[in-house]
Design a protein around this ligand. Sequence first.
Ligand code: G1P
Length: 273
Amino acid sequence: MPPIRKCLFPAAGYGTRFLPATKAMPKEMLPVVNKPLIQYGVEEAARAGITDMAFVTGRGKRALEDHFDTSHELERQIAGSERESLLEDIRRLVRECRFSWTRQREARGLGHAVLTGETLIGNEPFAVLLADDFCVTGDAGVLGQLTAVFAEQQCSIVAVEEVPASETASYGMIAGEEISPGLFRVSRMVEKPAPEEAPGNLAIIGRYILTPDIFAILRATEPGRNNELQLTDALQSQARQGKVLALRFRGRRFDCGSVAGYMAANEYVWKRP
Ligand code: G1P
């Protein structure tokens, strides 16, 4: 299979936990210190060698497109001023990456969002990044860690971390055999199980590498938890054939979909040298 060139960013959710901040603003535009969550996500993908950034958005998400475009007025105003350096990173991304957009008309789950993105991805393996899982690593980023495994293993891969039993109902949970330190061959995956139904304590966090057969599988998958089309359920079909790995990623994650996690991320980044 070719190397991973494309990353899909599902970004159609409403972010109701952050109301009223997210009433008119996409939750992906919430900043950690002075940079929006979605920009950290795109930077992580770019660091992993990915060039094509594909977004699945919805109503009220126009600010995302504007963020990854050039603002000529702003450029004119800021040219030569000391603030210009604040735009350096985003300018580089806009220059060096390709951006494409499609819209998910109804909120029918992460699986449905990924299926909606098929038109932007086509028939090749790709990454998925959920921007509200904010990750800090000392190296190439979580996606970089996953693409390195993909280069050798050529199958779907999810990033996982251990969570306490009280949190299993917030995540896709996996079970598997550890085939090398931190790398598991997944045997079971369950979306948001109660603690007593969880297959283990490893939770999927918002970073995936998916092989393109996932689209056909998603099309044949029935709605699951919350009556939504779940990516975890489609992955379980691949896992049954031994074709899903889980990597316990090296680094730290903040759940920026929750106010507490978001506040912790801000404090962490603000205090970091
Ligand atoms: C989604 C997935 C879930 C995964 C989580 C990671 O859930 O469905 O399997 O563990 O992302 O953040 P969501 O948080 O969108 O409800």
